[in-house]
Design a protein around this ligand. Structure first.
Ligand code: ADQ
Length: 489
């Protein structure tokens, strides 16, 4: 708390992310419908009372006229949100192009098919220029609203250039940057044509954070090997200037999930689901329909399990809830078709006139329905090929206090490092191993389930999103103070 004018004031936090936590839909020339989207980051910061959080980001709509921009800015101000206006072409090049077609797959160790790679390589320069331009536009808005003493917290791979742009405006600004995806091995990062420029831009921040120690180590290695800088236990040093690099594993607002189970709407859904699937074990997958989530691998392993265990065919059901994302990208359209085809084949092979083994929904669920599903599940399947953390695994554990179901978790998700002792860890590429893990999970003794659950439940309820945000921001404050002391001596 800072003392100003004799009153206690909360420190202002400027949270800068590609998307604002609200989606705007235009209703008239100057009227807007704003819908709040509660993702991991939003709920993390909702519970943090120590700071006054203000958001800066793109509202997800193309607004080119002055009346529209002014009225949207006013409407968003009530929600402590400040928009960055990006035009359609820039969004195409920066967001669909450089962010989602280059950085996202690369950071998850996924190579594009060769023909796409060539097309991407040709458009690489223009997409990178758009990326820098967009980052500069975010910086302009931050700079316009910045007040001395604010903490600026930049998020994710969309904004790797932002710390550099901000420090160019004002070297005194406290700037932190956090990556929500994995940071890959330096051998992967060095294939990027813009590898050095991106690293240097991130290093302009005072504090750089990752979900796991491994990602932090990969980042430091990339800086030492590619830029020739010195890695220290604290971070990366360049001509006497230290950038702190550390791991800050995110969590969830576990109380929100635990409390939700007491809501009448959730209890109603739970009862409905229990009746609907009576006599069958419920397995659950909840993912964005993304290449990194390993959805085909999960379904193929389930098929193998049914193939090898005919007795289970009418005793287990897999509910796969896959919310579509980036639907205009051909790779994602191909993935949707592929998943539908495999699900159709399996239901054709093992379904009966009254029941099918897989229920696949291409959509998002509302919060009560999601909590109810987590609560009635016997086995949750998280089979990401790579995943920064994976919050679905945390949410499942939070809702399992009475059932004590089993979590099957990919060793390539950041969550494997925190929930590994309670979960069954798998390599999602190994379909045989995954299929036998399903069998093991379905027949696990109550005693073993209880022990595994207790371990994970304790972790999820003590490493919350609020704690994550508070730790990052206080570390950022400390880092800046230490740097000031160092330069004075
Ligand atoms: P995501 O890749 O989106 O996040 P995840 O961490 O699992 O992955 O978070 C997804 C969120 O969306 C969860 O809160 C989940 O409840 C919700 N969700 C997913 N599918 C849904 C559905 N069908 N219906 C309703 N809700 C659904 C990125 C990184 C992760 C990292 C987070 C946070 O890729 O690795 O854990 O950021 O840093």
């Amino acid at each position: 708390f800072d003392r100003q004018d004799g009153r206690l004031q909360r420190q202002r936090l400027l949270v800068v992310a590609n998307r604002l936590p609200v989606s705007a839909v235009r209703k008239g020339e100057d009227s807007w419908n704003l819908e709040v989207s509660v993702g991991g980051l939003v709920s993390a910061l909702l519970g943090v009372n120590e700071f006054e959080a203000n958001w800066i980001g793109w509202a997800g709509v193309n607004v080119t006229d002055e009346i529209g921009q002014r009225s949207l800015t006013e409407a968003l101000a009530e929600k402590r949100c400040i928009p960055v206006f990006l035009d359609q072409e820039l969004v195409h090049q920066y967001y669909n192009g450089y962010c989602n077609n280059i950085l996202w797959p690369l950071f998850h160790y996924l190579p594009l098919p060769q023909e796409d790679r060539l097309a991407t390589t040709r458009s690489f320069q223009s997409q990178f220029a758009a990326y820098k331009e967009a980052n500069q536009m975010f910086a302009d808005v931050v700079n316009e609203h910045y007040q001395a003493g604010d903490v600026v917290w930049c998020h994710d791979y969309h904004l790797m250039f932002l710390p550099k742009c901000l420090k160019e405006y004002n070297s005194e600004m406290k700037v932190g940057w956090f990556l929500h995806t994995p940071f890959p091995s330096s051998e992967i990062h060095r294939t990027l044509p813009s590898r050095s420029e991106l690293l240097r831009a991130v290093l302009a921040a005072d504090l750089v954070g990752f979900h796991t120690y491994d990602y932090a180590r990969h980042f430091v290695s990339a800086c030492t090997r590619i830029l020739g800088l010195e890695g220290t236990p604290e971070g990366v040093e360049d001509q006497g200037k230290l950038t702190r690099v550390a791991a800050f594993p995110i969590g969830i607002d576990s109380d929100r999930f635990i409390r939700a189970l007491e809501l009448p709407a959730v209890k109603y859904h739970i009862k409905e689901l229990q009746e609907r699937f009576a006599g069958r074990k419920v397995m659950l997958g909840v993912d964005r329909l993304d290449m990194i989530k390993g959805i085909p691998q999960k379904i193929l392993a389930f098929e193998k399990f049914l193939e090898e265990n005919p007795d289970w065919r009418d005793k287990v059901v897999l509910l796969q809830i896959a919310v579509p994302t980036r639907t205009d990208v051909p790779e994602y359209q191909k993935l949707t078709c592929q998943v539908h085809e495999i699900v159709g084949r399996i239901n054709g092979r093992f379904g009966t006139l009254t029941a099918v083994p897989i229920h696949h929904l291409d959509r998002s669920l509302d919060f009560p329905a999601l909590c109810a599903l987590y609560a009635v599940t016997d086995v949750a399947l998280v089979t990401s090929l790579r995943d920064g953390m994976n919050l679905v695994s945390y949410e499942f554990v939070a809702c399992q206090a009475s059932k004590k179901g089993v979590l099957i978790l990919s060793e390539f998700a950041g969550a494997a490092q925190s929930l590994g002792a309670g979960a069954i860890l798998v390599n999602p590429w190994n379909i045989t191993e995954l299929a036998s893990s399903i069998g093991y999970a379905l027949t696990m003794s109550a005693n073993e389930r209880e022990k595994r659950h207790q371990h994970n439940f304790l972790h999820v309820t003590t490493h919350t999103s609020q704690e994550w945000a508070e730790t990052f921001v206080s570390e950022l404050n400390d880092t800046v103070v230490e740097a000031q002391l160092r330069t004075r001596h």
